[in-house]
Every structure is written in C-alpha cells, then in structure tokens.
Design a binder for this molecule. Sequence first.
Ligand SMILES: [Mg+2]
Length: 267
Amino acid sequence: MFGAVYGDVIGSHYEVHCTKNYNFPFENDSSFTDDSVLIAAVCKTILNDPSEIGRFGVRARSYQFAAQYRQFYSYFPHAGFGNMFSEWAKEPSAKQNRSYANGAAMRVFPIAYAYKDFTQMMLQVKASCLPTHNHREAITAASAVAASVRIALDGGSKDDIKEYIEDRFYDISTPLSTLRENHVFDSRASYSVPPAIIAFLESHDYESAIRNAVSLGGDADTQACIAGGIAEAFYHEIPEHIKQFCDRRIDITIKNAVREFENKYCK
Ligand SMILES: [Mg+2]
C-alpha cells in the first residue's frame, strides 16, 4: 500500500514543476497529498467494517466511505484537494458529486488488497466511487486500477494485466515515449489513468514505474501514485532509499492507518 503513497510523495513536487526527464531528482519539498490522505481513508473504512456487500448494499457502503473521506479531509484540508472535493467534504449534507477526474482511481488500492473475489471487489470499488465520483469515466478508471492490482497480487503477468484492461476498459497500446511528447496536465480519469497503467507496464522495477509516471509530465503525483501502487503489488519490493526519502514526508495519522491495514491485509 505504501507503494502508492510513496508515488504520491515523489510526484508531488512535479505536479507543480512538470518534468519530462526520466532521471529527475527527488526534491526536498516533496510531501504527501490528497491521494495519500484518501488511501488512508479507504484503509480505515475497510478496517472499521470489512463486511462483504451485495448489489443492493452498494449505496449503504458508499456512506461509510463518504464518512471516512470527510473525516480524513478534516485532518488535512490543505493537502491539495480539488475545489469540487473540498466543497463536498465541508458540507455534510452534500449530495453525490459526479466528478470524472482521477480522484476515485488514486485511492482504490486497499480495496484490491482486501477483496480477493473480483465481483466483490468491483462492488466495493463502485461504493467507494459513488460519494464523489459518480461518473462512468471515474468508475471505469477506478475499476481498471483495482483490477490491475488484483491480477498482480494473484501472480498474473504484465500481459495478463494488459489483456484484461484492453478487453474491458482502455486501449493501452500506445508506448509511453509517444504519449510523453504531448502529455499535459489534465486530471480527467480517462486521460490520466491509462498512461499511469502504461507507466507500470513499461517498468522493470518499482522505481522505474515511478520515474515513468512522473516524467510523463502532467498530474505527476496521481500518475505516480497509481503506477506505484500497481508496481508494488507486482514487484513486491520497494528500494530502501525510496522508503527513507518518503517516510519522513508522510503524516503519522496516514502512516498508522496504512500500517494497520497492511498488517491485516498485506502479509
Ligand atoms: Mg494529489
């Protein structure tokens, strides 16, 4: 799970200072952002109530996710949340948002770890999307990320992941080098999530997945969060120097939630 959080940390500087350089340095002003905050919120939701749900339980489950999103937002309101999310989070009676941005895909990792059955996982993914991203594009992206992680955890190959994604969700046949030329900041899920998956598919280890995702330019923290989360599930290994760089830059509340979750679900 920390693989996604570390991607967020390393990418945070480059969300503002876009780079196309694969060998970019890790910058001192890097910090966790909304991606990590909401991953922690999803961890907490599952830790509080891991029950499986049926098709008619999705709505009730979405309220549980919503409560934790709001709770964690209240701890870190300045972590880089978008306006639309902030307005929603500050207003307890706010209705569902229909955002089609990548915010639902960046926080979905704990679900893929906790629910091994694909049907159950997808119901949980949907419930996690509904409060803020009740939009087909956002749900598709979140489902694609969760599926990638689950296939990796089940021992699937990159070809298995690619085939699954291409069959159901996206055309991901364009190489990263081609995408990089014109890639810009656009947090729309259908624009930024497929390249993040490709960044993982073209990697050879955890660090190269992060470097691929950040050096696309654009929404670097979220792209690296997504590529890093899948890469961790696939490679099972994060270099020590990355852990040391990032661990100092993550708030203890986030760390504790993610650690507690890892102890239960990632052994
Ligand atoms: Mg962010």
